[in-house]
Ligand binder design. Structure first.
Ligand SMILES: [Zn+2]
Length: 390
């Protein structure tokens, strides 16, 4: 009985401490109502709760602006004008000013342009306001906050776009497509540009022909990754990636590697490289590991974050496990720096577990590396072959 009461108290404490955020420790920003906050770095996360592990709701590019109305511990409470609040860690935030009201900007004119590879939506603004994307089954939704676009003139609107205003000072642009293939926002000196990539032209007989793929051998230089006796993950990643490059090239793909030797590259530089190359697909190659007590765990796993990458991840996982007889360690949704990019379509493969002896024997064998690489290339090829495009 006593145990039960302790448990009850514990649960009650948990519930109360959630409410406590609303009552205790939540402080006003200053004498006025809002703080104008600029993101300090690209990919600054705004989360769903004041906890550094809470789900990310949106990412801000450097210099983009949000408004905070309260602070709580090391977080600012962000008011996007939605029904709920969001949270940004203070370390990502640069306070620009304290103001009595949000500065709502008027978008007078929105222009959509299109070429063979992408749609570009130009929204003229003096301040780069915050935005979010939501992948939906029939396409993509883009939300722009603190902006009044109700009376904006929309130039060259193709049929696959709709504009609406779900709440005061929120603009929603919907792009309808059966196959999302990358999207991103860029700052422009007179506003911002939303870029939505069109799927590449696919030759159904030779689907990888002219498809641009960036291959990223994980780790390198001072960052060795995980260890197995006598081998480092960074070296295996590079060896396997070179075999994957050969297999993809053989099928007609244009392949670029983030590193061709043992060299340190930051995670974001790898993503930037893939974007600069205007690649269609980004594949990051890694080896997995588990804590000592769990060395039986083995097999191959594929990781994605954005739904647009799920079909690619599934095809890679299906063919690699099918053709190599490696254990199926699953298609997993995970928020990694190399799975989070919305452009290009990004997937991370953990080929095997370096903490498992049999897996190590396989992946250090050149013949096995080759067959794994061909299976992976075939997975990418099948994904493209059956991709539905307009
Ligand atoms: Zn790794």
């Amino acid at each position: 009985m006593k145990k039960f009461f302790i448990l009850l108290l514990f649960l009650l404490y948990g519930v109360l401490s959630v409410y406590a955020i609303e009552e205790e420790g939540l402080e006003d920003i200053g004498i006025a109502k809002y703080a104008v906050i600029e993101a300090k770095a690209d990919f600054s996360p705004v989360r769903e709760a004041p906890d550094e592990n809470a789900k990310r709701f949106l990412h801000l590019r450097k210099g983009f602006v949000v408004y905070a109305d309260k602070e709580y511990k090391n977080f600012y409470r962000i008011d996007l004008g939605e029904d709920k609040y969001y949270w940004m860690e203070k370390k990502y935030a640069d306070i620009q000013a304290i103001i009595p009201e949000k500065r709502i900007q008027k978008a007078e004119q929105i222009k959509i342009s299109e070429d063979k590879k992408k749609y570009s939506i130009f929204i003229p603004l003096e301040i780069q306001n915050s935005y979010s994307f939501k992948e939906v089954p029939d396409g993509l939704e883009f939300y722009l906050y603190d902006t009044d676009a109700k009376n904006a003139e929309i130039k060259n609107k193709p049929h696959c776009f709709t504009f609406s205003y779900p709440k005061n000072n929120i603009l929603k642009i919907k792009y309808i497509t059966p196959a999302l293939f990358g999207y991103e926002v860029f700052a422009h000196k007179k506003g911002l540009i939303v870029e939505i990539k069109k799927p590449p032209e696919i030759n159904r007989k030779k689907p990888l022909k002219n498809i641009k793929i960036v291959l990223d051998p994980g780790h390198g230089g001072v960052d060795p990754g995980v260890y197995a006796p006598g081998i480092k993950e960074k070296d295996i990643n590079l060896k396997v990636s070179k075999q994957i490059r050969n297999a993809l090239k053989k099928r007609g793909a244009k392949v670029y590697m983030t590193r061709k030797k043992d060299k340190y590259i930051s995670l974001y530089d790898r993503v930037h490289f893939a974007q600069e190359k205007q690649s269609d697909i980004l594949l990051s190659i890694h080896q997995n590991s588990t804590p000592q007590k769990n060395q039986q765990k083995h097999g191959t796993g594929t990781y994605y974050y954005n739904n647009q990458a799920l079909a690619l991840a599934s095809n890679i996982q299906k063919i690699t496990t099918g053709e190599t007889k490696l254990k199926d360690d699953g298609i997993n949704r995970a928020s990694f720096a190399l799975t989070r990019p919305t452009y290009p379509v990004s997937v991370l493969v953990e080929c095997v577990y370096l903490t498992n002896k049999e897996d190590v024997q396989k992946i250090t064998n050149k013949k096995f590396q080759k067959s794994f690489s061909h299976a992976l290339a075939k997975g990418v090829e099948n994904y493209l072959r059956y991709l539905i495009v307009f």
